[in-house]
Design a protein. Structure first.
Ligand SMILES: Nc1ncnc2c1ncn2[C@@H]1O[C@H](COP(=O)(O)OP(=O)(O)OP(=O)(O)O)[C@@H](O)[C@H]1O
Length: 252
């Protein structure tokens, strides 16, 4: 069924003591869509990403991914099913080249599946896949550059390439544009736009113009609750969103 959601959250709840950081939260991400989550600081965006990726267990509710209930599955099992989380947890090895960093991710994903090849062929196969991921994010020309020598924007591109090397179905992107300058932001928006349709993307991002440029749907999270989900136009013109959260300027 083409419209079956990739990711489906149903009635998710999570509290820290008396603080409800996720309240009866339900949403879907469809194949090939970018679903953005926006909301003020402390709204619960990062804790939501943790629950989806599997590093934090919800108190109640369920998480379905590619048609399976993954609520009780650990992080690594979800990753193997195709849930890739980028930024904040990706460990780029600074002294390794961009290519070697991505090749590591390909190797981690594929386990022993290259073991039937002779070492040289195995290395070629790994590097070919890594190079393809680098090309996808526009980093092919710096494949041989150590990660530490890449610009801030290029490091973010490298993290994306590493996520892609995991062969994901869904990318969980937590503030991929944080710290990027205007030119880097434009470049990253272009790359994310190219990735859409190939992967489902759940995007947490503070840069509202980027969200408006990229998202198919947007959910607005306030105090752990989604107050509205809609298209860019619906969110821009939603009275509760305009007054309660974003302010008129951000929506101009
Ligand atoms: N481990 C924890 N223990 C207690 N409270 C926590 C914990 N982690 C997060 N919180 C609280 O939960 C709330 C939601 O935090 P979260 O980081 O998910 O928000 P956010 O929307 O990602 O914020 P930001 O936009 O600033 O990154 C905040 O009030 C935060 O202080």
């Amino acid at each position: 069924m083409p419209d079956e959601p990739l990711l489906e959250l149903n009635g998710l709840c999570k509290s820290f003591g008396a603080l409800a950081v996720t309240s009866d939260l339900s949403l879907t991400v469809r194949p090939g869509e970018i679903h953005a989550i926006i909301g003020p600081n402390g709204a619960g965006k990062t804790t939501l990403i943790h629950q989806i990726s599997g590093t934090l267990r919800p108190d109640r509710g369920s998480i379905r991914f590619v048609g399976r209930d993954v609520t009780a599955l650990p992080f690594e099992r979800r990753a193997r099913l195709g849930l890739a989380r980028s930024f904040q947890i990706t460990s780029v090895v600074p002294g390794f080249t961009a290519l070697d960093n991505v090749a590591l991710a390909v190797q981690a994903r594929s386990g022993s599946s290259f073991r039937f090849l002779r070492p040289v062929s195995a290395e070629t196969a790994l590097n070919d896949e890594a190079r393809a991921a680098l090309d996808t994010v526009g980093l092919g020309r710096v494949a041989g550059t150590p990660a530490a020598a890449l610009s801030h924007g290029e490091k973010r591109q490298l993290e994306l390439a590493i996520a892609i090397a995991m062969n994901p179905r869904l990318l969980l992107l937590d503030e991929p544009l944080a710290g990027a300058g205007p030119e880097e932001t434009d470049r990253l928006i272009g790359i994310l736009r190219d990735l859409r349709r190939r992967y489902g993307i759940l995007l947490v991002e503070h840069d509202m113009q980027a969200v408006f440029a990229l998202a198919d749907r947007i959910s607005v999270l306030v105090y752990g609750r989604i107050i509205v989900t809609g298209t860019v136009d619906e969110i821009r013109s939603h009275p509760e969103v305009r007054t309660a959260y974003l302010g008129e300027d951000a929506l101009a």
